[in-house]
Design a protein around this ligand. Sequence first.
Ligand code: PLP
Length: 313
Amino acid sequence: MSTFVNVNGRMASGADAVIPVFDHGFLYGEGIYETLRTYHGEPFLFDRHMQRLRASAAMLLLDVPFTDDELLTRSIDTMAAAALGHMPDGSIADAYIRILLTRGVGELTYDPVATPTPSLIVIVKPLPETPAHQYQHGVKVVLVELIRNHPRSVNPLIKSNNLLNNALAMQEAIRRGGVEGVFRNYRGELSECSQSNLFIVKSGRVLTPALDSGLLAGITRAFVFEIGAGLGVRVEEATLVDEDLLTADEAFFTSTTKELLPITRVDDTTIGTGTPGPVTRRLLAEYRKRASELTGAGRIKSEGTRPQAESKP
Ligand SMILES: Cc1ncc(COP(=O)(O)O)c(C=O)c1O
């Protein structure tokens, strides 16, 4: 399997894919995106990602001149070009899919009149593998100095191509030996990580910062609420501060590509017993089970792929 990119309907290899320099996505970071992954060769929770893509676009007053079916077809065509390979056990290798929509090509002005046609780009590549030892032993994260964007600045609810805040946080995390950086918001509360949502476990309750704390409404985050409900584990939004994380029994972060990754250290502080805790492990196992059940039977367009319980966090 190799990297393939569809740029405005034209397929190219990863090395050959280009966009014009006058695309406002490149010039101004004006655009939005979604990151999806496949299980059993099918994009997981496609409908939900498209819903969020449209919500992000609406916040930029960016038109999405494509139906979900057209976006799905474009993704599947790009997956076909990338030729998903097979694993040694015969299963289909998992793919990473990134769908980007930018303001499009136009003159050097912020006036959207200059850019009537958005650019649509779909990138497909092998899913980057998260080392198994990170799931077994957990990872270190750091509390970064940089704060998360104020919701009245570039709202973190927008899954925006303008990722400078995230990139700088991750650079700080890497410099300080973390695999992820945890942001505080402008009020000093915990919000989310540079590319994932944050959860802690305290006395059997699973807590995550509320959307009001200024964060992306993660698709995985919402799925954890549903899984928790199914398992009888309480998952709730809460206002969290440093102390809550540092004294948590367990902690983990969530994202489409990493699922649930246990956090066992925050800077120099060991979290809980220093190993992935039972609640995190149970939720991760259930997450994988549900992801596997919801894919693989050619049902990605059907509502039946979606758990019926609407437990919006
Ligand atoms: C800032 C941020 N928060 C949270 C997430 C997790 O979102 P999801 O679970 O939808 O992948 C991401 C994913 O890239 C992210 O960039």
